[in-house]
Design a protein around this ligand. Structure first.
Ligand code: MTE
Length: 320
């Protein structure tokens, strides 16, 4: 047996990932803005300050609830970490609004505790668990992942969670279980867009059982060292880093093991644009835009898209 660790293609030492505090650098921020006029610069900086103040306040109660989770050095990336405020003010959460910069304001009344999650279907031991009890039982760790939205923006964030596999092993899927189907909550009193019947609410997603059991697939309960704020899908969401972000369903209430391939929210809405697999692939353009490059939120940097979002050595075998 060899004791030499061969790093996977996305791994670099943790100390090479730029910390959040290094990244919040006013001079760089100004340079990145690239604005010619000092007046326009002052105006937009003060707008950004006002927005930052608002979101800092909104984040306060979540930041106060730290999670005891060690960083797993096997999962890090050679890209700059996205600033927490940038990630918390650029979200997709269609239940609340279709405006990415407006989600954090719309989720203020969204109560994510107490919260139950049901695991059912083709399993030996179905269970319904309070999310905080589940968190206590699970081996929490922090992983820095690349995250790539189908809309060609990307970020790098430190998620805290546990492998989905650990939960599935608890409920013991039967031999007939081939897929996992997940659902988001349904409550139009809380999430006003759920009254918009153009969309087939509640949001639903699915994975093959093999994808769900892959070590990269995590159920996520925290970000940047603390519990998830609602805009990121509190109290528990999926993260599958080699797939487009729409697969990473937020605020999950149900996980069901089934034998047939499930429908998914975006595939039902636009089957030509969003397929079940949704693996990140620079060579397959979206029908309306190229997927060859991606834009890092916060810096605007454009980078080439990587096949399977750079995680091919762990997942390519699933598709052969
Ligand atoms: N989950 C639910 N329930 N509703 C949503 O609108 N949007 C998806 C995914 N999960 C979405 C969801 C999309 S399109 C993306 S890109 C990511 O959440 C965004 O996650 P973030 O806001 O934490 O960056």
């Amino acid at each position: 047996m060899s004791y030499i660790k061969i790093p996977k293609e996305w791994e670099i030492p943790e100390n090479q990932v730029t910390s959040e505090s290094d990244y919040i650098n006013r001079r760089k921020f100004i340079r990145d803005l690239g604005l010619a006029s000092a007046g326009a610069l002052l105006f937009s900086t003060s707008n950004a300050c006002a927005q930052n103040k608002g979101v800092e306040k909104q984040l306060e109660p979540y930041r106060a609830q730290k999670l005891d989770a060690e960083n797993n050095p096997n999962f890090t990336v050679n890209r700059q970490m996205t600033d927490e405020v940038v990630a918390a003010t650029y979200n997709n959460y269609y239940e609340f609004t279709t405006s990415k910069s407006g989600v954090w304001k719309e989720v203020k009344q969204f109560k994510t505790r107490p919260w139950e999650i049901k695991i059912s279907g083709l399993v030996e031991k179905p269970m319904t668990l309070d999310v905080d009890d589940l968190i206590k039982q699970m081996p929490l760790e922090e992983r820095i992942y690349r995250f790539r939205c189908v809309e060609a923006w990307a970020m790098v964030v430190p998620w805290i969670g546990f492998p989905m596999k650990a939960l599935l092993e608890k409920v013991q899927p039967t031999a007939d279980a081939k897929y996992v189907r997940m659902l988001t909550f349904l409550d139009s009193e809380v999430a006003p867009q759920q009254r918009n019947l153009r969309y087939p609410w509640p949001y639903y997603e699915g994975l093959t059982l093999a994808e769900a059991m892959n070590d990269l697939t995590i159920l996520t309960v925290g970000i940047y060292g603390h519990i998830l704020p609602p805009q990121h899908g509190a109290p528990i969401r999926l993260i599958v880093p080699w797939k487009y972000g729409f697969k990473s369903i937020k605020s999950i209430v149900s996980i069901e093991l089934i034998s047939q391939k499930p429908r998914t929210f975006w595939n039902t809405l636009a089957p030509r644009e969003y397929d079940f697999e949704a693996n990140v692939n620079p060579n397959v353009p979206h029908p309306r835009w190229s997927q060859a490059n991606e834009r890092m939120i916060g810096t605007g940097e454009r980078l080439p898209t990587r096949i399977y979002n750079g995680y091919g050595s762990s997942v390519a075998h699933l598709y052969q």
